[in-house]
Design a protein around this ligand. Sequence first.
Ligand code: PMP
Length: 664
Amino acid sequence: MTGFFITGTDTGVGKTCITAALLRAFLDAGRHALAVKPVQTGCLKTEHGLVAEDAEVYGRLAAPYFPDGYPEVCCRKYIPACSPHLAADMAGDTLTPDTLAEEVRTLGANTLTLVEGAGGVAVPLGDGMTMLDLMQRLDLPVIIVADNKLGMINHTLMTIEMVRNAGLSVAGVVINNTTPVSDDGSLRRSNVATIEEYGDVSILADIPNCDGGTKSDALFVEAMAKALPLLDSTAKSDVQNDLNFDADHIWHPYTSATNPLPTVKVRSARGTRLILEDDTELVDGMASWWCAIHGYAHPTLDRAMREQQGRMSHVMFGGLTHDPAISLCRKLIDLAPEGLEHVFLADSGSVSVEVALKMALQYMQTKGEVERTKLFTVRGGYHGDTCGAMSVCDPNNGMHHLFSGLLPKQIFAPRPACRFDEEYDPSSLEEAARVLKKHSSEIAAIIVEPIVQGAGGMWFYHPEYLRGLRALADEHGILLILDEIATGFGRTGKFFASEWAGISPDILCVGKGLSGGYMTLAATLATSEVAHTISADGGVLMHGPTFMGNPLACAVANASLDLLQQTDWQSQVHNIETWLNQALAPCRELRDVANVRVLGAIGVVELDAPVNVPQLQEQFIQRGVWLRPFGKLIYAMPPYIISEEEVARIGAVIHNAIAENRHQ
Ligand code: PMP
């Protein structure tokens, strides 16, 4: 949709005259334009129904271009002249930004649309939503109308700030003068200059006083016509040009620099939806690689970020500390499995794994067990893309052969064979036990993803196997590192996946959902035994990234953890599990499908052969869903706020894509 959103610093500042004048100016300039009003309060009740004064003004100014009368352009009309939320409530109606935006889009399809708000940006629509939420949904450049009077600098600058904080662009400010000037005009000129300077905005027009009646229409139109060149310069970016640059110069994950897999450009994200440049909305089945657990643009997380940014975005962690980090580490220790008392804040999941490996090695070194320099893990795992982490990834998926000169050789056992939902087969642990026993004197630690192996194959294994590993680690005096980067914070139905087995690790890695998907942040937690041993005799852990303990990331993580604890995430994840089971069940009937499995908020369809990623991606997008398959796997790990209908849509889209591709 193209156009502008016209808001005011207050009610009664002349928004309607300016919207109508701008409409006329665009029409005079040969543009196909329409002014619409999502909510109109204060309508008159007549024999022809409710009449909106604003629409009458549009009709009057645009009359030459609408000989048959101006079309119906108000989405919702109410009689009481009060706040929209109240007027709607009195009429037994509900206003939601999503439905209003949809209605506006329908009215303004294929035309430059001037959307006039009601009152200012903080005007309530109901259910905690304001006009600003509707403005975000429409994502049009914003024109702010201000009345040049006492207090206007304050109101205008606050409006500009709110609009920008919402991620919207301010196309400019129109200054109106609704009252006659009582001095030589210098005060009013100073107001305008102050807004331009402090607000860093364009003044689109400064319209002298008039009484707002018919005789002043020409004055308004003339002023707005002069503003058109300034407004045209706020045109949107050239998407194809940007995508070409991206493909030519920007490396994306796991793809060629010269012939990359296709990418789509996202303009914004909200709730469970990704919004593309062409306004297409996709239901997000990926939670941005599993981290956006609360969905996107959550008001609580947004606020936490802004508040922290107001204090400080970053300071080094060497020699300095701060509230966001202290409070986060307190929470992590409280929430983590028993015995984990020391926290290292890392800047990504992979780094937290590196730190865990270093902790394990330093622990053994300090204990004098200097031969213990290797790690034991199982095939099918994934722990990150840095060297230490890569060395414990599945040798095939982790492409060890590419980096064989660089990666340390670790000790591998087969992938845990016993499925999560099968009866436990004790023999599935035999090979791991044998390998561990054989190499026990060289091994510092076991590292595994508990219960769910993620990027290595989306494999769910039996909790008894994990308990077995804990017992084997204890038996051989080896540390157990659990990588809960993907599984932590409720994803599998337990807060940490290790709870399925009722065990605690010696070292724990968390990341992804930790910051609610807002900032790159991870943490490595260790027992006192590990921390105290490393630190005995003045020992120090040799790690310290620049962005360690980043206050913005910690602040949003604090908010995310609080939010998680305030919401009934258990029910959310349990519901998603039920819905995924229903939605993916029909895939079992498809010939190319090898297996369908669901655990918590993870749903997996495994095919017999690797999928065609670009083809599937395109099909999914066309059907309004965002999924990113890999290998033989099409899977969903959605935000916890996803609805039953959205899960059903994801399931249907996956099913149809597999079924259709079979016939090609
Ligand atoms: N461990 C696991 C289990 C993961 O799933 C991931 C990320 N997919 C990582 C480590 C690496 O985290 P990051 O991408 O933040 O470095």
